[in-house]
Design a protein around this ligand. Structure first.
Ligand code: ZN
Ligand code: FE
Length: 239
């Protein structure tokens, strides 16, 4: 499997997971159809599945057009079936979703929205975290509670350290400014910021991050309890 990063809209990332033997692919969170179509037509890829982490427009915007064009199957959270356009395969927490050579564990990670899920491609050691865990940040809590978001991040934290983190947005640099303000002595964070700036200077994504990096550097993952997490989340909302 190969994972391709497709920049969409202002600062969104969609991802293609490509089975190189068959040239079949899944797309995660197609914000818009155009950039996905451009890539798959150029590479002659069959877009078989559309995987949505949550129902926000910048994660599902391309569903309809892509489904119409390629007959792709839309996969999303069972209890968000009314909010995810064109959905036909409903998945739930802890389920293993398996089609063709694609295999992912579904992890329900509410907080940003009540129906947010992560797709954990354990064979590839990669998780698609949507707007729950960002590199050096976490999503805003729109529909859930602080407890839910803290719990969702803890679930991700329990995955192996070498898990690659593919999130929904390129927010890493802004996030790093917040982390360093509240954790200025963190050497790992200082080094991470240097490498982030190098990547951005070279016009390359800061994604994927790794769970190890995030556990060492992401102040939201370092919060010891819901209380300190909630305080940080509030501060970040006004940062
Ligand atoms: Zn969102
Ligand atoms: Fe988003």
């Amino acid at each position: 499997m190969k994972i391709e990063i497709i920049p969409c809209l202002q600062d969104n990332y969609s991802y293609l997971i490509i089975d190189k033997d068959k040239n079949d692919a899944c797309v995660v969170d197609p914000s818009e159809a155009k950039p996905i179509i451009n890539f798959i037509e150029k590479e002659n890829i069959n877009l078989k599945y559309i995987l949505n982490t949550h129902h926000h427009f910048d994660h599902i915007g391309g569903n309809k057009e892509l489904k119409q064009k390629y007959n792709s199957i839309v996969v999303g959270y069972k209890y968000d079936s009314k909010r995810i356009p064109e959905i036909s395969v409903l998945v739930e927490d802890k389920q293993i979703w398996k089609e063709d050579n694609f295999e992912a564990k579904i992890i329900h990670i509410p907080g940003h929205t009540t129906g947010h899920i992560g797709f954990y491609f354990f064979n590839e050691k990669a998780i698609f975290t949507g707007d729950t865990l960002f590199s050096l940040g976490c999503g805003k809590i729109f529909e859930g509670t602080y407890e839910e978001m803290f719990e969702s991040l803890s679930k991700i934290k329990n995955l192996p350290n070498d898990t690659k983190i593919y999130c929904g947005h390129e927010y890493t640099l802004q996030n790093s400014n917040f982390c360093i303000k509240h954790d200025s002595q963190n050497l790992n964070l200082q080094n991470k910021i240097t490498s982030i700036k190098e990547k951005l200077d070279n016009n390359t994504p800061t994604i994927p991050s790794t769970l190890k990096d995030e556990k060492e550097c992401n102040i939201f993952l370092r919060a010891k309890n819901v209380d300190s997490f909630s305080k940080l989340r509030d501060l970040k909302d006004n940062f």
